[in-house]
Design a binder for this molecule. Structure first.
Ligand SMILES: Nc1ncnc2c1ncn2[C@@H]1O[C@H](COP(=O)(O)OP(=O)(O)OP(=O)(O)O)[C@@H](O)[C@H]1O
Length: 451
């Protein structure tokens, strides 16, 4: 149903008023209106799924309250507007407590008030539909094999683990270097679970100052501390029914870790300065680029919390260990970039692919993304060649240092790189590195025999 269309059921036993009500409700062509004169007939017709129901409070066969409770039991989401003969505050309050959407009295401005209420309902419904559509789109986008590109042996293991998270609420702990896709994995787990229509709330622990983190996570009541000028709902409450993603959990202050442990154990939260206990039904996913067992040995991470959060551990391999996935992901990222920017599809030359395969990617997929996007802009004729692919020098240094080499092997790498840069001119390389030419020759000979 289009959000501007409404299927309205109106319950009104007074013949004159019923006519008038029908007239008002039908003023908009997009309203389909059905009138009822008693509660029983209306309740029978609920299977037809009305989108709004108006109820006259005094009825011949049952009380307005009885009708409302029965409607609520069957169609809890459908808004009910009560139309009453008298303006009685007490009744209005008790009706709102039952979950009635609006209370309108049979007075002069009834037409305006009724149309106003219907417009508000339409806006709410269209927003709800939009949220549903967006959630559906997200959930399609995060299907495991659509959002996580990869065919390599280590990624196949990751996919196997991901499928194990589908039909349960197990806590998941993701580890992996920066930029390996930990957040993408967390979202994919959420949108492939039965919580997918509920919120996914991500909190980056490292990005929030320690002094604010407690209230960010657990919320606070107004006036609970200096600066708490209004109440705040915490991220755990926000995520209720859904998933909370605690990114960079290894950075959490040890004192706050104790509080987090309590919330996880009790599955309930109390806002700072408050006393109302809020029950929680939240799936927890954590991520870190650190080795938490080392943090534990250094007494920077609580052991009990570590085991609480471990759940199903998923390790994301660095990009350099994902074999040919580098090319698959590069193509995927290039397609994503060209589609978003309305450009033609791009292809990579063989040399460009080789250049990517030989690089170390210290920044992993995030770095690959930046490299691909730059090359997409730099290339001509919709073809990305090796000269369009540029690694920044600081990344090269990091990439060199990230390798596990001996000092001698590092020296070989440096000589090789300088020989390339200065076109095999030994005299220049010796001068640049401030060592003798003989030493360079000796290294070159050694490199030759070692290769
Ligand atoms: N397998 C994948 N296929 C395609 N794109 C991916 C994949 N994994 C990650 N990405 C993309 O790489 C970028 C980095 O991913 P993400 O932010 O999830 O990494 P991260 O490990 O959480 O990083 P950090 O540790 O710095 O928070 C994002 O743009 C994401 O969309």
């Amino acid at each position: 149903m289009n959000p501007s269309e409404l299927k309205i059921f109106a319950l009104e036993d007074n013949a004159v008023f019923s006519k008038m009500l029908h007239y008002i409700l039908s003023m908009d062509d997009e309203h389909e209106v059905k009138m009822f004169v008693n509660g029983r007939d209306l309740l029978y017709a609920l299977d037809e799924n009305p989108s709004v129901i108006t109820v006259d409070y005094s009825l011949p066969d049952m009380t307005g309250e009885e009708v409302i409770l029965k409607i609520k039991a069957k169609l809890p989401q459908v808004p009910i507007i009560v139309i009453s003969g008298q303006n009685d505050i007490q009744t209005a309050v008790s009706l709102f407590k039952l979950g009635v959407y609006d209370y309108i009295t049979k007075e002069e401005d009834i037409r305006e008030r009724l149309l106003n209420a219907l417009n508000k309902i339409k806006t709410k419904q269209s927003l709800e539909e939009e949220v549903q559509t967006l959630r559906q789109e997200l959930s399609n986008k995060y299907e495991f094999d659509k959002s996580i590109i990869g065919n390599s042996t280590p990624m196949k293991k990751v996919f196997q683990m991901l499928h194990k998270t589908k039909n349960n609420n197990i806590t998941v702990s993701i580890t992996g270097e920066t930029g390996t896709g930990k957040e993408v994995i967390a979202k994919a787990i959420h949108y492939n679970s039965n919580r997918k229509n509920k919120p996914f709330v991500a909190v980056n622990i490292a990005a929030i100052p320690t002094s604010l983190l407690e209230s960010e996570l657990f919320g606070h009541e107004k006036g609970s501390f200096t600066g708490a000028i209004a109440k705040r709902v915490g991220k755990f409450e926000e995520a209720n029914g859904g998933t909370i993603f605690l990114d960079e959990i290894g950075e959490m202050d040890i004192n706050l870790q104790a509080k987090l442990l309590r919330v996880i154990q009790e599955r309930e939260v109390v806002r700072i300065g408050g006393n109302k206990i809020q029950k929680l039904d939240v799936r927890i996913i954590t991520a870190t680029h650190r080795d938490l067992s080392l943090r534990m040995n250094e007494k920077l991470f609580r052991e009990d919390l570590y085991y609480r959060l471990l759940g199903l551990p998923i390790h994301l391999p660095p990009l350099r260990e994902r074999e040919n996935d580098v090319i698959l992901i590069a193509k995927f990222l290039a397609d994503q970039f060209t589609t978003t920017n309305g450009m033609k599809k791009l292809t990579f030359t063989k040399e460009a692919k080789e250049k990517l395969l030989n690089y170390h990617f210290p920044g992993n997929i995030r770095e690959l993304k930046a490299i691909v996007e730059l090359s997409a802009v730099m290339c001509d004729n919709d073809i990305i060649s090796d000269t369009d692919i540029q690694f920044s020098s600081s990344q090269n240094v990091n990439s060199l240092l990230n390798k596990d080499l001996t000092l001698k092997e590092y020296t070989f790498e440096i000589i090789r790189s300088f020989m390339d840069r200065y076109h095999d001119n030994v005299a220049t390389v010796a001068k640049k590195l401030d060592i003798g030419k003989v030493t360079i020759y000796r290294y070159l000979k050694e490199m030759d025999t070692n290769s």
